[in-house]
Design a protein around this ligand. Structure first.
Ligand code: CA
Length: 234
């Protein structure tokens, strides 16, 4: 398989369509999760962090649009493909406005759906930096795959968390990233109970000792006052 075990969450209440989607996706080598309503979908997102979500609009209780909106409100950026009924033009517009990445009209062909999924996953993999494991910051080279910092005065080992912080920041090169976004995407759902934005600051300080030649005067992992942090990349 070309994709390495991405997990796709299917949010759909129609049993025959759940069956078809699940069967199709698993045959392609994806892992699948199923939620039959919005509430379950949100719980699964929190617990399992799927790589992509296929989301029906017409669900019992909370609508697919509400599910999508709630996920984006949490700054979770994984791709969401909305399933909409034929001729619901308004749904497309609404779907894209509330943060869905794509929509597909029922009934749809399996090949079309798979193509859309692959395109979205490829894009988000690039975005998440899975393909850019090597980052050069002046004389310092980061090897995120190996979790190593290669610097003129010797190598430094990165913790898994530090690698995740760097990956996330590298997904937004030269753009400010808030502490909250880091907490929600790197610390994910652990953050509500025992972490705070202070946790982020502590990790950033430690990271600077590893990747900056002068940690007290950082050139690459810079503070954006009142906002958060930015990874300066050329
Ligand atoms: Ca439905």
């Amino acid at each position: 398989m070309s994709h390495n075990k991405h997990t796709i969450l299917i949010v759909e209440d129609e049993p025959s369509l759940i069956f078809t989607l699940r069967d199709t996706l698993e045959n392609e080598g994806y892992q699948t999760l199923v939620a039959e309503n919005g509430k379950d979908a949100l719980n699964i997102v929190e617990e399992n962090r799927p790589d992509l979500m296929i989301l029906d609009v017409m669900l019992p209780g909370m609508s697919g649009f509400d599910v999508c909106r709630k996920i984006r409100e949490k700054q979770l950026l994984f791709p969401i493909i909305i399933l909409t009924a034929r001729d619901q033009e308004i749904d497309k517009v609404t779907g894209l406005n509330i943060g869905a990445d794509d929509y597909i009209t029922k009934p749809f062909g399996v090949k079309e759906l798979l193509a859309r999924i692959q395109a979205r996953l490829r894009r988000s993999d690039d975005y998440n930096g899975r393909k850019s494991d090597q980052i050069t910051l002046g004389d310092v080279k980061l090897d995120l795959k190996e979790g190593m910092v290669r610097r003129p005065d010797g190598d430094q080992e990165l913790t898994t968390r530090e690698v995740e912080v760097l990956r996330f920041l590298a997904g937004y090169p030269n753009e400010p990233v808030t502490r909250k976004a880091l907490l929600e995407n790197v610390w994910r759902y652990e953050y509500s109970s025992n972490t705070s934005t202070r946790t982020v600051d502590v990790h950033i300080s430690k990271l600077r000792t590893k990747i900056e030649l002068r940690p007290d005067d950082p050139r690459y992992l810079v503070t954006m006052h009142g906002v958060g942090y930015m990874l300066k990349m050329t």
